[in-house]
Design a protein around this ligand. Structure first.
Ligand code: ZN
Length: 444
């Protein structure tokens, strides 16, 4: 839910961040230049990470030796702190640094700083070194990139790069002044190049609607999305499509093959058999990701258009990282993208997204009597209530509990879910991910 939307009772304009991505066709020479930028960014990232890690080790040793360590002994991991560290060390460690544009190193410092922030907040492990041959990408700042026309992107130091498809849907609003390019990320995957623009878009937003139609959506393992109304009517059921399940199996198989080949290691080039296997993995991966993204787009557009309040679970990220099973991983991925899209689409259509707190027991609570089970294992597909005798599909039960959080005047969960407060999300759409759909209306 966007508070900005709620405060306006009539149509107004709002700025949102959105991503547009296009396939590009660089010449072999441009491809080499882009690879040099990607490699330079990776190099700077690894150098900076190495310096910070060594600094931490040194401080740890000092402490162990009984010496005093203050915060001034630590290198800064802020974006600017890391840029400063790079400026201090680049002449010695990377005398060739001037061959690439400044975006390259700014990108490295920014990414590493973000990785450290995620680590400090407990959202990720300690940053790891980036390996060669993983594809990789480089982000250019807005001063280094622009659209010359609907078929060419001008990147500083690289030149005019042709796009495969027309960039009209971005070129037009940029020319009209209703969209502004903030950055562009170029990446190579499976031999294919894409550019993803992060764009600030001015668009009209609909007035928020009265909460009449409420839906709770549970993301599950067998059924991808289960949606019900607060009265328990099941109105949405999206299965993990069979062709997608098939491709996912193929992907897992290709990954196992690649894992048996001689991959890249420090001081050792990967085998050509590994390269071939890895290209295959990347290809299947991008196919699966695209198909899944389209499915998620269809579902989120329908929800944001047809419902006034959509309630979803705010997943516990730490818990997500622990479970390594493939099915769980897929449903987590489906959830992340699903919520991200709902965040901006609810703004477009004037509906409201409510996120239940990460500890709200939507699966463990009985939707009839409110009893909360102490334990409910993942393979229990049916919820059996010992108190009132209710037997109901696990996902439907969870969706009903979520839907009830979206009813007007609800400040906590049903029955005993007392610690829960639905959190209205004010996060802007993630700019890093590319989306290919178009908003309902744009332009001021
Ligand atoms: Zn019950």
């Amino acid at each position: 839910m966007s508070t900005a939307v709620l405060e306006n009772t009539s149509t107004s304009t709002a700025t949102t961040t959105q991503a547009y991505s296009f396939a590009i066709d660089p010449t072999p020479e441009q491809g080499n230049l882009l690879r040099s930028h990607i490699g330079g960014s990776r190099f700077a990232y690894n150098v900076l990470l190495g310096l910070v890690a060594a600094n931490w080790d040194e401080n740890r040793e000092k402490k162990a030796a009984g010496l005093e360590v203050t915060k001034y002994d630590y290198l800064s991991t802020s974006h600017f702190g890391l840029l400063y560290l790079w400026a201090e060390t680049r002449n010695e460690l990377a005398p060739w640094w001037g061959e690439n544009g400044v975006s390259t190193y700014n990108d490295a410092a920014q990414r590493l700083s973000k990785a450290f922030t995620n680590f400090h907040r407990g959202r990720a492990k300690f940053p790891t070194f980036k390996r060669r041959g993983q594809g990789g990408s480089v982000r250019f700042t807005n001063t280094a990139v622009r659209l010359s026309d609907a078929h060419h992107v001008r990147i500083s130091r690289i030149g005019e790069v042709k796009t495969y498809e027309s960039t009209r849907k971005l070129y037009r609003p940029v020319n009209r002044g209703t969209a502004k390019i903030m950055a562009a990320t170029v990446c190579e995957r499976g031999g294919k190049w894409t550019v993803a623009f992060t764009v600030e878009v001015q668009r009209r937003v609909c007035a928020a609607r009265a909460p009449e139609r409420v839906i709770g959506v549970d993301v599950g393992l067998t059924t991808l999305y289960t949606g019900t109304t607060p009265d328990g009517e099941q109105v949405l059921q999206v299965a993990n499509p069979r062709h997608l399940q098939h491709s996912e199996k193929k992907l897992a198989h290709a990954q196992r093959i690649a894992a048996r080949r001689q991959g890249p290691r420090p001081g050792q080039a990967p085998s050509s058999r590994w390269k071939r296997a890895n290209t295959r993995v990347q290809k299947i991966h991008s196919g699966v990701a695209n198909a899944r993204r389209n499915l998620i787009h269809e579902t989120t557009t329908m929800l944001a258009k047809d419902y006034d309040v959509i309630v979803v679970e705010d997943l516990n990220v730490a818990g997500m990282l622990k479970n390594r099973s493939l099915a769980k991983h897929i449903s987590d991925a489906a959830w992340g993208e699903f919520t991200r899209q709902l965040e901006y689409k609810t703004k477009w259509y004037g509906s409201t997204l409510v996120k239940a707190g990460p500890f709200y027991p939507s699966s463990k609570t009985c939707s009839r009597c409110g009893t909360v089970k102490a334990k409910l294992s993942l393979d229990e597909r049916t919820y059996h209530c010992e108190t009132c005798g209710l037997a109901i599909d696990r996902d439907v039960n969870a969706a009903i509990n979520l839907a009830r959080l979206g009813l007007p005047g609800t400040s906590s969960g049903t029955g005993r879910g007392g610690e829960v407060r639905p959190v209205a999300s004010t996060d802007p759409a993630h700019p890093d991910e590319a989306s290919t759909d178009t908003p309902p209306e744009s332009g001021a």
